[in-house]
Design a protein around this ligand. Structure first.
Ligand code: GAR
Length: 230
């Protein structure tokens, strides 16, 4: 288990494990952000359900404990979730950030980490839960797409919304060009939301997450661009 770190001029950093299934670009953005001395979270482990996830090697090279818990070696979802939970506990993690973790979780696992597990999803929830979000956004003809960071609940891609970023849908977009635009917004949004979450800046009341007054609301994004002064 890695040693505890403290925030520059403050208390203990929250110990965070990241769950991935693949390339791990969101994981990388969280790890890089967490290297700042004043970041309120410390990434203590990266776990994947796929042994070949590219992100595992990257994390190890960065000196982070990285393991796979191969879902294929378990008889069922419950057994896999129990093994994953055990591994998470062994890392001393206090929070979990899912970053492209493509496994459905049992309600039991979600319950173990209630209000301590967050996820990023590549759409403006509650629109386009599930897979193929960019194809579906293009088919629906929306002018704004984006990403959402939310607290994990047992129904897939639901839970209190902690943060969202919107990007324009451009004429001529394909699912790939839109995915790339959304992904770069994900890389900016997720580190900021994890920092606020780890610093205890949210209150969750009746499944609505509220941010404390000082933490700001950000600017609106219009598409097509609107002259707000006219
Ligand atoms: C990201 O776009 C993330 O939002 C999405 O998978 C991608 C993972 O990319 N997650 C989901 O669809 C979860 N429902 P990454 O491995 O490069 O971070």
């Amino acid at each position: 288990m890695s040693a505890a770190e403290t925030v520059e001029g403050g208390g203990a950093k929250k110990r965070v494990a990241i769950l991935i299934s693949g390339r791990g670009s969101n994981m990388m953005s969280l790890v890089k952000a967490a290297e700042a001395p004043d970041y309120p979270a410390q990434i203590v482990a990266v776990l994947s359900n796929r042994p070949d996830a590219a992100g595992l090697e990257w994390a190890r090279d960065r000196g982070i404990e990285a393991h796979s818990v191969d879902h294929k070696s378990f008889a069922n979802r419950e057994e896999f979730d129990r093994a994953l939970h055990q591994k998470l506990e062994a890392t001393g993690s206090e929070l979990i950030a899912c970053a492209g973790f493509m496994r459905l979780m049992t309600p039991w696992l979600v319950d173990q980490w209630r209000d301590r597990m967050i996820n990023i999803h590549p759409s403006l929830l509650p629109l386009f839960r599930g897979l193929h979000t960019h194809e579906r956004a293009l088919e629906a003809g929306v002018r704004l797409a984006g990403c959402t960071v939310h607290v994990v609940r047992s129904e897939v891609d639901t839970g209190p919304i902690l943060g969202q970023a919107a990007v324009p849908v451009c004429d001529g977009d394909t699912a790939d060009t839109l995915a790339a635009r959304v992904l770069s917004a994900e890389h900016r949004l997720y580190p900021q939301v994890l920092a606020l979450f780890a610093a205890g800046k949210y209150d969750i009341d009746h499944e609505i997450a509220r941010l404390d007054q000082q933490s700001g609301a950000g600017a609106a994004l219009y598409s097509p661009a609107v002259d707000v002064d006219s």
